[in-house]
Ligand binder design. Structure first.
Ligand SMILES: *[C@@H]1O[C@H](CO)[C@@H](O)[C@H](O)[C@H]1NC(C)=O
Ligand SMILES: *[C@@H]1O[C@H](CO)[C@@H](O)[C@H](O)[C@H]1NC(C)=O
Ligand SMILES: [Cu+2]
Length: 410
């Protein structure tokens, strides 16, 4: 770890217009009423689906070699929309990956013991090049797709990757949602209650005003659900703990450090940063990719951690709020499903400019441009190490219905 990386990391803490009865895409005005925002979000999602389908049918008819057609187009759905059996199938496939041996050699990451750990390890290795960079969105799109593919190809999973709609948990509360209610069909629930945890202070030693986040109703090991006996093997690397303290494994980020999965569900963070209004405004207001991805991740110094930070910090715990090892929490995939969906919803408002070509990418190749670096280009290559093959150029990862991808969100 470079010395600057912790300080920088702390900062984070810190179409083709279709005729439609609801013309939300022409406006950047976001209703303050959360219920009204929710209605607009649903209308947007419906329009996005129609736009994506139209784009697929357009390319399929004009170029025969195109592999994504309306017949093989996959639909990713929200966790609450999965049937009981679909939920169990997904959970069992994740546990299957956690029971298979790692492909990462021990010389590369001694702590990577399972196939699941391959994904955590590559995320740890590349953290400083894939957050607050031009590759953030495309890298994570390819990352979660590769995870979905591993579930399918290596563990017989027949379904698609689920997502976590933060606007739903902002209303119900996290521990009452099907994702975190602790039942056999959840991602496991809250951690055991730990008293007097104090606030999480992000950016305590940085130049910008720190962000103070409340702690939640857990803090300890998860006590229920499918992942209560799971072992988190890698990290922590840069774990924000109460009082602005950062914990890390003295033996290094990739050393073997088996421990329980901890959570600290914090409704206030979900409600403050990832409610329906917050989601709608990140989709409707930014008109260019730079503004969009910064608002999504939280503009440093703005005091807002964005919907991305809102999801991560509302699950809390170890590894949930460690930017490096966060994929070690099985809820990570649902959270990043929704990140990818939010990008897709924004892209579908203007697919020609936002889902292809140079105007679809902005930002440099280093975390918050430190150390200063060149601009990311669409010719840059994304690799996932031992998690999956092959490598792709960023330009191949901009549309969910071309390149390696063929999916939309419902
Ligand atoms: C599909 O093709 C039609 C006719 O050329 C065009 O008007 C429309 O914008 C295209 N839609 C998308 C989403 O590319
Ligand atoms: C929703 O999120 C926004 C952005 O973080 C925040 O300003 C607003 O207060 C939140 N609304 C509610 C009702 O909590
Ligand atoms: Cu990440």
């Amino acid at each position: 770890m470079r010395a600057t990386s912790l300080a920088l990391f702390a900062l984070q803490a810190a179409s083709a217009a279709l005729a439609s009865p609801v013309t939300v895409r022409q406006t950047t005005v976001v209703p303050t009423d959360p219920a009204e925002a929710l209605v607009q979000l649903q209308a947007l999602a419906q329009e996005a689906l129609e736009t994506a389908q139209e784009a697929v049918s357009n390319t399929t008819s004009s170029t025969k070699r195109d592999v994504c057609t309306l017949f093989n187009l996959k639909i990713r759905r929200e966790w609450g929309a999965f049937s009981k059996n679909e939920k169990l199938d997904y959970i069992n496939a994740v546990k299957c990956l956690q029971s298979k041996p790692a492909k990462t050699p021990a010389t590369v990451a001694p702590g990577a013991k399972t196939r699941y750990d391959d994904f955590v390890a590559v995320h740890v290795q590349q953290t400083m090049e894939i957050h607050y960079t031009g590759s953030f969105l495309s890298w994570h799109r390819y990352f979660i797709w590769t995870f979905e593919k591993a579930l399918q190809d290596e563990c017989g999973y027949k379904g698609t990757l689920p997502y976590w709609d933060w606007s739903k948990t902002a209303v119900t509360g996290l521990s009452k949602s099907p994702i975190f209610d602790g039942t056999a069909t959840s991602m496991s629930g809250d951690g055991a209650f730990v008293a007097n945890k104090g606030n999480i202070i992000l950016g305590a030693n940085g130049d910008l005003p720190p962000i103070v986040l409340p702690s939640g109703t857990g803090g300890g090991c998860v006590t229920s659900g499918p992942f209560k006996d799971m072992k988190v093997n890698l990290g922590p690397v840069s774990l924000d703990t109460p009082g602005g303290i950062t914990a890390s494994n003295p033996n290094g980020p990739l050393a073997y450090n088996p421990r329980c999965l901890k959570r600290d569900l914090t409704d206030k963070i979900n409600k403050d940063y990832a409610n329906s209004t917050a989601i709608l405004s990140v989709i409707l207001q930014p008109q260019d990719i730079d503004t969009f991805q910064m608002k999504l991740q939280g503009v440093p110094g703005s005091g807002n951690i964005g919907v991305h930070g809102g999801g991560h910090y509302s699950m809390g715990g170890d590894p949930g709020r460690d930017v490096f090892t966060s994929p070690g929490d099985p809820a990570f995939w649902l959270h990043h499903g929704q990140i990818d969906r939010t990008w897709w919803l924004w892209q579908m408002l203007n697919p020609v400019k936002r889902a292809q070509g140079t105007s679809a990418v902005a930002g440099t190749i280093t975390f918050m441009n430190a150390p200063p670096s060149r601009q990311t280009t669409i010719e840059d290559i994304v690799n996932l190490g031992y998690a999956g093959n092959p490598t792709f150029k960023i330009k191949d990862l901009l549309s969910t219905t071309s390149g390696p991808f063929c999916y939309v969100y419902l």
